[in-house]
Design a protein around this ligand. Structure first.
Ligand code: GMT
Length: 374
C-alpha cells in the first residue's frame, strides 16, 4: 500500500507510535509518506520505502496564528494526488482529523477518493478534545473518518461518553519493538549510578501536570526513607523547574538525577528496578510498556487505560490517583528481593504480547477495510 501518515513529529507518545508504525510498515514493503512540520524524532534510519514531506507555512504579518491546518490539508492533497496514496492515517485528532476531512473533500472534486483513518491517542479526547473550543470539530471529523482506532478500551469508552460518535471505534493498542526494548548489559552504568547496590527507580515523561511528577518525587522520598535507592528522571517539560525545587526542598538532590530528553531510554531502563507512573490521565502508557519490555515492573495509578497494561500484582501494582502512601507501600513490596524477580519476568512476558509483529497487522487490516469502504 501507499500510506500517508500525519503526526506530531515530537518525542510525545502519539508521534513515537506513528513513526514506529511507519518504519515497521516500510519494512513490510509498504511505501510510507510522513506529512508533518518537521522530521519526526524517531525517523532515524534510511529505508527506500520511507518518505518525509514537510508542511511549510509561509510567514505573513497578518497571521497572529499561522494557519497550520490549511497548509497541512494542502500538503495532504498534494501528496495524496502525486504519490497516489491509498490511505491517509492521521494520529491525534486535533487538528489532523479535520485537516484530513478537508483534504478528502478537495480530492473528491478532482475525482480522487481517499479513505482517512484516525487514531485517537488520549489527550486529543480526554483533555483537549472535549473542551467546547474544539468539541464540535472533533466529533464531526471522527464521524467523517473511514476508520477510527483508539489505543485502549478505556479511551474508546471515554470517546463514546464525551462525543456523539456514530462510528465503530476499533481498539489497537500501542506496540513495542522488542529488538530495541530489551534488557541490555549495562553493569558499568549501574555501578556508576548506584555504587552501593541501591535500588534504581525511573520515571520518563514530558513533565506536564497530568504526569504528576511531584508524586514521583514524593513516592521516591517515601521509599528512600526505608531502603537505599536512587531516582532517575528522563524527559523535560514545563514542570521541571518546580520539580527541581521540590528535590532541593526535601534535601534529596544527591539521590535524584535529571537526565533530560534522552534518546536511548532503553539504556536507562536496562539498569532500572522499578518504573513509576503516577499519572492523572493516561490513555495507554507507552512509557510503561517500554519499561516492561526491559524487565522493569511498574508502580502506577489506575488512570485511563493503564490497568489494561499494568496488571495489578502481576506486572506491578496499581493505586488510586494521588495516593502516594499506597504507591510507596507498593513500591517497597515490588522491590523486596523475594518479589522482584517474579515481577520482572511477568513485566517482560506481558510486554511481549504488545510486540510490533502482533499489532502492525491490525493496522494493515484496518487500512484495507477503509480502502474497501470508499
Ligand atoms: O502522554 C503524553 O502527554 C503524550 C501523549 C501524546 O499525545 O503524544 O501521549 C498519549 O498517547 C500515547 C501514545 O498512544 C499514550 O501511550 C499516552 O498514554 C497518551 N497520554 C495520555 O493519555 C496523557
Amino acid at each position: 500500500m501507499n500510506i500517508g501518515i500525519v503526526c506530531y513529529p515530537t518525542f510525545g507518545g502519539s508521534g513515537v507510535v506513528a513513526t514506529e508504525l511507519g518504519k515497521a510498515l516500510a519494512q513490510r514493503g509498504h511505501r510510507v509518506h510522513f506529512i508533518t512540520y518537521s522530521q519526526p524524532v524517531r525517523l532515524d534510519f534510511f529505508n527506500e520505502n520511507l518518505f518525509y514531506h514537510e508542511v511549510y507555512i509561509p510567514p505573513y504579518p497578518l497571521f497572529q496564528f499561522p494557519p497550520y491546518e490549511l497548509a497541512l490539508a494542502s500538503k495532504m492533497v498534494d501528496i495524496a494526488q502525486n504519490e497516489k496514496l491509498d490511505v491517509l492515517h492521521v494520529h491525534y485528532a486535533i487538528p489532523h482529523a479535520s485537516a484530513a476531512f478537508m483534504a478528502k473533500q478537495i480530492l473528491l472534486t478532482r475525482g480522487i477518493r481517499i479513505p482517512v483513518v484516525t487514531t485517537l491517542h488520549g489527550t486529543d479526547i480526554t483533555l483537549v478534545g472535549k473542551d467546547a473550543s474544539y468539541e464540535p470539530v472533533v466529533t464531526f471529523s471522527i464521524n467523517q473518518s473511514d476508520g477510527v482506532t483508539a489505543v485502549s478500551a478505556d479511551l474508546r469508552k471515554e470517546t463514546y461518553e464525551y462525543f456523539a460518535i456514530e462510528k465503530e471505534i476499533e481498539v489497537i493498542p500501542n506496540f513495542i519493538n522488542l529488538a530495541r526494548f530489551q534488557k541490555q548489559e549495562k553493569g558499568h552504568f549501574k555501578s556508576a549510578i548506584a555504587p552501593e547496590g541501591e535500588k534504581l527507580l525511573v520515571h520518563t515523561s514530558n513533565f506536564r501536570s497530568v504526569k504528576r511528577v511531584d508524586d514521583v518525587v514524593n513516592i521516591f522520598a517515601g521509599v528512600r526513607k526505608q531502603i537505599p535507592a536512587k531516582l532517575l528522571l528522563v524527559g523535560d517539560g514545563p514542570d521541571r523547574p518546580r520539580i527541581e525545587k521540590l528535590c532541593r526542598d526535601i534535601g534529596l538532590c544527591q539521590d535524584i538525577r535529571f537526565l533530560g530528553k534522552l534518546e536511548a531510554v532503553e539504556e536507562v531502563l536496562s539498569i532500572a528496578d522499578l518504573f513509576l507512573m503516577p499519572s492523572e490521565k493516561e490513555s495507554f502508557g507507552l512509557a510503561a510498556l517500554e519499561a516492561m519490555a526491559c524487565e522493569v515492573p511498574v508502580v502506577s495509578t489506575n488512570a485511563g487505560g493503564i490497568p489494561e497494561l499494568n496488571e495489578h500484582n502481576v506486572t506491578g501494582m496499581v493505586s488510586e490517583v494521588g495516593d502516594v502512601a499506597d504507591m510507596v507501600k507498593n513500591a517497597l513490596y515490588v522491590l523486596e528481593d523475594d518479589n522482584l524477580p517474579r515481577f520482572k519476568a511477568a513485566a517482560r512476558a506481558h510486554a511481549e504480547t504488545f510486540a510490533l509483529e502482533n499489532i502492525v497487522p491490525l493496522y494493515e487490516a484496518c487500512y484495507q477495510r477503509a480502502i474497501d469502504s470508499v
